[in-house]
Design a protein around this ligand. Sequence first.
Ligand code: KG4
Ligand code: ZN
Length: 337
Amino acid sequence: MSILAIETSCDDTCAAVVDGALVLSNVISSQADAHARFGGVVPEVASRHHLELVNPIVDAALADAGAELGDVESMAVTRGPGLIGALLVGVSTAKALAAAARMPLAGIDHLHGHVAANFLEPDPLEPPFLCLIASGGHTLLAGVTSHDSYEVLGQTLDDAAGEALDKGARLLGLGYPGGPAIQREAQNGDPEAFEFPIAMRDDPSLDFSFSGLKTALLYTVRDLGEERARELRADLAASYQAAVVDQLVVKLRRAARGGSKRRKLPGGGWRAVALGGGVAANSLLRDRVAGLCEREDLELKLVPLELCTDNAAMIASAARYVEAVPYPRYLDWDARA
Ligand code: KG4
Ligand code: ZN
């Protein structure tokens, strides 16, 4: 059952062909360079790039899989959430290709895709498991008890973890994307040099908040003054990164244990933990979560990096468990911002 999937929800133009749990091709064209000089993703620029790239990327995904459109049995596309203009490019392309080949089309929730990345080879993970998804657009804890859905146990009340790293990097005069830039700078810094707030640590929920942390960095940099902040940049980056990671790990541990003393979660604890989203590439987070899983006797699943950040193979993976709509019923589909 080979599936051709398209993902254009943010700034990566992605297409993939998946057969069962096997990834036959997974092509990702990052637009990071196009957005770097603006210090973040510019939605209109992203849409225009998707429009230029989507056809060659689909062609490349088919060629890498050694397939033609006629060999594919069904199609899948991310319908949301994401940037509306960016999503529309993918949805329109998928509708047109699927209609041309009279194929069924599945509309996929982007976050279900991040969860479903864990179902792919190598080493597919079977539910139940707890999944922390942290990227530039979202931060949430998903309880996964079946292949076809997930339950949101907690999520960010304001900025996403990756967004906090991107904004922090900009404040520190580091490049974009901020996560890798902060990680690089932090290597030479002391994570205990500055005490940044770990928001929501004492809150019994599994929700996250990162906007206060960003403000704390802003004030610290302002109080230090430009020159001193530049001298202490590695310490600032290391302390800031540690505060972001601490909050993620505190909430992940609480969820894995099935809640806090004050508030038990329904369903009790979990046996396995998976990480997804771009922030899961962070080596401090990976180390800390690995330590947590060892101490708490939890199975840890880390998908390969190309399945962690936005990609279309994860969308095809989710599509295996979502009913595809036959031609022509999907032609009036819209995207969801
Ligand atoms: O999943 P992703 O590629 O795209 C979406 O946002 O959906 O995630 C991108 C985010 C950015 O905020 C980027 O700064 C962050 O992931 N990121 C990292 C690392 N690599 C990417 N954050 C921390 N450490 C990294 N090594
Ligand atoms: Zn994503």
